[in-house]
Design a binder for this molecule. Structure first.
Ligand code: FEO
Length: 175
């Protein structure tokens, strides 16, 4: 059983994941209309992942006898100055979500809610991976800079990341 406070906190996280999904969808759209198909594919994929995160929280709340609520979320931005700004904002957003997951971990620990503590472990690992990935992209974008052909190179580099074989993220070799 979840405490009322925990149900409320988990429902807040449903809202955050839903917003993250919409934010990345909006970023995907901006990339697509600006001709950055590799960056758009990256963001479309992450929009789907955030939706999956939202559903994990949603289903968990109901499974544990709570009541998951479909939230109203603010409209995400639809315009960015440049692709550098898009990835900088996405990375900041991931750091914010990591922080929110840590707060949930703290609450479950304080309440001795070990089922929720265990459920959250997947998100702890997932956030660590996502932060590393978004930081990697942001570092590449910064390194390439904003010279005349930078958009082509940025898009090509992001496409390479999209094409990586699962399990070989962040350049890790298969065992
Ligand atoms: Fe579900 Fe990337 O936060």
């Amino acid at each position: 059983m979840l405490s009322a406070k925990m149900i409320e906190a988990l429902n807040r996280q449903v809202k955050e994941e839903y917003y993250a999904s919409n934010l990345y969808l909006s970023m995907a759209s901006w990339c697509e209309v600006n001709g950055l198909s590799g960056c758009a594919a990256f963001m479309y994929e992450h929009a789907v992942e955030e939706r999956i995160h939202m559903m994990k929280f949603f289903k968990y709340i109901n499974m544990m006898d709570g009541h998951a609520i479909v939230p109203e979320v603010p409209m995400p931005p639809s315009e960015w100055l440049n692709i550098q700004t898009v990835f900088a904002e996405a990375y900041q957003h991931e750091k914010k979500v990591t922080n929110l997951i840590s707060i949930l971990v703290e609450l479950s620990s304080k309440e001795q809610d070990f089922a929720t503590l265990n459920f959250l472990q997947w998100f702890v690992s997932e956030q660590a991976e996502e932060e590393v990935l978004f930081k990697e992209v942001l570092d590449k974008v910064k390194l390439i800079g904003d010279g005349p052909q930078s958009l082509y190179f940025i898009d090509t580099e992001v496409q390479k990341i999209n094409n990586r074989v699962p399990g070989q993220e962040n350049g890790a070799e298969e065992a």
